[in-house]
Design a binder for this molecule. Structure first.
Ligand SMILES: C[S@@+](CC[C@H](N)C(=O)[O-])C[C@H]1O[C@@H](n2cnc3c(N)ncnc32)[C@H](O)[C@@H]1O
Length: 395
């Protein structure tokens, strides 16, 4: 992490190509530089954010030679704010970049043969106002309460612009404006956690919230206070429908790892014989049980389990036909991947919010005999460096 005083400026940097995490690669002073806010082909001046003996991370402060792909950013906090990476190019261009970075990670990290990589489909929706959940950074300064996100690679706050943050629904920006002055205390490490639920803004660290209704059956999920949920309110339904379309006909036994409050489980419940979900958070497991009960599903069961430790032996005799994985950013644990190698369900559905760990895990699943049949880049996080990827794998 760099402090304000050891940030320095470097000029004449040539942005060479897009790199992961929304930056461009450049070189200076015998170091590789990751530049935020540039477009390949441009010559720019940066301010450093972080630096070590081989690498520099920095943010553009001025542009000498501009790319024809550059557009004017629609947010005054860009590129300093760590919340966005791509507000200086069109959203269509951003989707192409994400797709190409994903393709590279399958080639160079998973080591898949180009012939084994199916055409990548893209699911995308509105690129603003999509977040149903936000963890807002708060700072008290000179009698005022400031709200915003951190700078890239830093703990210093970049204030939301006057009109609010473009990721957030209008109602959430209004709520922040109205209520931030009434906040009394926040430690440096705690966030103001807000969730948008049916047009209402809730402080989700304090009480459970409802997600939905989604899908033709209008399913609603309860998510426990502070429990995980997917954040893109516009794309959730399409993502669930895609998973639904991949459930084999007459599907018998399903094991779902990292099942949360049962979002995927309930969406596919009517298509499977029985389903066991495994999840670390006990409150999410309880919520999943309640959610299943509310729609009358007695063939779904949920268990609290730390999947980083070894899995229960009884799973080996479950006779899994389908494995579903939706792990956190760290990817699937080695015990889950070892289990799939032994149990060999004929189909695996993997949804990941981190293309790097997904690529690593696909390399392992490839060695277990799985081949990707369909890949869907689901852009849950427009204008940011992040995206979700859904992969269908068969033996
Ligand atoms: C990306 S979320 C997916 C949840 C669910 N599929 C959904 O869509 O809401 C990942 C889930 O993994 C859980 N998790 C994180 N670490 C875990 C671990 N070591 N063992 C089991 N579950 C874990 C989290 O609590 C979270 O619910």
């Amino acid at each position: 992490m760099s402090t304000e005083k050891n940030r320095r400026e470097i000029s004449g940097l040539v942005a060479e190509k897009w790199a992961n995490l929304g930056t461009c690669i450049s070189h200076a002073e015998n170091k590789t530089v990751f530049v935020k806010g540039a477009v390949p082909g441009e010559t720019v001046r940066i301010r450093t954010d972080k630096e070590n003996s081989k690498l520099i991370w920095g943010t553009v402060v001025s542009i000498n030679t501009s790319s024809p792909l550059r557009i004017a950013s629609d947010c005054s906090a860009f590129p300093e704010c760590g919340g966005c990476s791509y507000r200086h190019i069109s959203y269509e261009e951003e989707l192409q970049i994400k797709k190409s970075l994903l393709q590279d990670s399958f080639l160079y990290v998973s080591r898949l043969d180009p012939s084994q990589i199916p055409e990548i489909e893209t699911l995308s929706g509105p690129s603003n106002g999509y977040r149903n959940t936000a963890q807002i950074k708060i700072e008290f300064k000179k009698g005022k309460t400031n709200a915003g996100f951190y700078k890239e690679n830093s703990n210093s706050l970049v204030l939301f612009p006057e009109e609010g943050c473009k990721h957030l629904p209008f109602e959430m920006n209004e709520y922040i404006r109205k209520h931030k002055e009434s906040l009394k205390s926040f430690s440096k490490n705690s966030d103001w956690k807000l969730r948008y639920s049916s047009g209402e803004i809730l402080e989700y660290a304090k009480k459970e919230v409802k997600l939905g209704p989604y899908l033709p059956e209008k399913i609603e999920w309860s998510i426990p206070a502070d429990g995980f949920t997917q954040v893109n309110r516009f794309l959730l339904e399409e993502w669930m429908l895609k998973i639904r379309s991949w459930i084999p006909k007459n599907c018998g036994s399903v094991l779902e790892f990292y099942s949360g409050a049962g979002l995927i489980s309930l969406a596919i419940g009517h298509l499977v014989g029985r389903l066991s979900g495994y999840e670390l958070s006990n409150s999410s497991v309880k919520a999943a049980e309640e959610n299943a009960k509310n729609i009358g599903y007695s063939h779904l069961e949920f268990h609290t389990l730390d999947l980083n430790s070894s899995l229960p032996k009884k799973l080996d005799s479950f006779g899994t036909e389908l494995g579903i994985l939706n792990p956190p950013r760290a990817g699937a644990s080695s015990s889950v991947l070892d289990f799939l190698d032994r149990a060999r369900p004929s189909r695996v559905i993997y949804s990941s919010c981190n293309p790097s760990t997904l690529a690593r895990d696909l390399g392992i699943l490839k060695n277990s005999g799985y081949t990707p049949k369909e890949i869907v880049l689901t852009d849950f996080f427009p204008r940011t460096k992040h995206f979700e990827v859904l992969v269908l794998l068969d033996l």
